[in-house]
Write a protein of this length. Structure first.
Length: 206
């Protein structure tokens, strides 16, 4: 059964933040709220985390995973951001956007798209997620919590606890969250292509 951790959305309790991060370090798979619905998350070095996320979501190896980063500096260590993308991406973060970019050598191959060698990155505008990333000290391997047969990202912690009680190890509750997933922009070819319209304004990349 999954643990359920209820954290204050505006003033997250440090003790509870540490509990979630300790679970991640013990290779837990968590469901956690972001600025664009819930996501599944695990430590980058958790080899089972990737496979468990694919199984829960009913996805194959071509799925673009996302590395959730604390800031632009951390993002730049994970992906190659050329000059054409730098300003636009920087001005859109933090926020509900995922950018697909060429992965740096630091990213494990199992997390990249098998043919394109790309990976998603994002910087959420969410107080709790920022604290989790600060405490963890590294990006979080992540994917929007959209279940097979569903079109919308999950938004309710208690509902996720009921439905995924034996599939995840820990569910974080921290108040209301948006029902729209991130807007996904593929910048791997050098020009932006919006491949999913979501919570972030896609027109700024049109």
């Amino acid at each position: 059964m999954a643990r359920f951790v209820d954290i204050h959305p505006d003033n997250p309790q440090p003790r509870l933040v540490r509990q979630v991060v300790d679970a991640l370090r013990d290779d837990a798979l968590i469901a956690y709220p972001t600025d664009s619905g819930y996501a599944l998350g695990s430590r980058i070095g958790n080899r089972d985390g990737r496979d468990r996320i694919l199984k829960i979501r009913g996805l194959d190896d071509r799925h673009h995973f996302t590395l959730v980063c604390k800031d632009f500096s951390q993002l730049g260590q994970m992906v190659h951001v050329d000059n054409s993308a730098f300003r636009a991406i920087r001005s859109a973060t933090p926020g509900p956007y995922t950018f697909i970019l060429p992965a740096m050598p630091e990213v494990p191959k199992r997390l990249m798209h098998p043919k394109k060698r790309t990976v998603g990155v994002r910087i959420p505008d969410h107080a709790l997620v920022q604290l989790l990333l600060e405490e963890l000290g590294e990006p979080l391997l992540s994917s929007s919590l959209i279940l097979p047969g569903e079109d919308e990202v999950r938004t309710l912690g208690w509902e996720i606890k009921e439905d995924l009680d034996h599939a995840v190890d820990l569910v974080v509750e921290a108040g209301e969250t948006s029902s729209e997933p991130t807007t996904v922009v593929d910048w791997s070819s050098g020009t932006p292509e919006v491949i999913r319209r979501g919570a972030g304004d896609p027109d700024r990349f049109g």
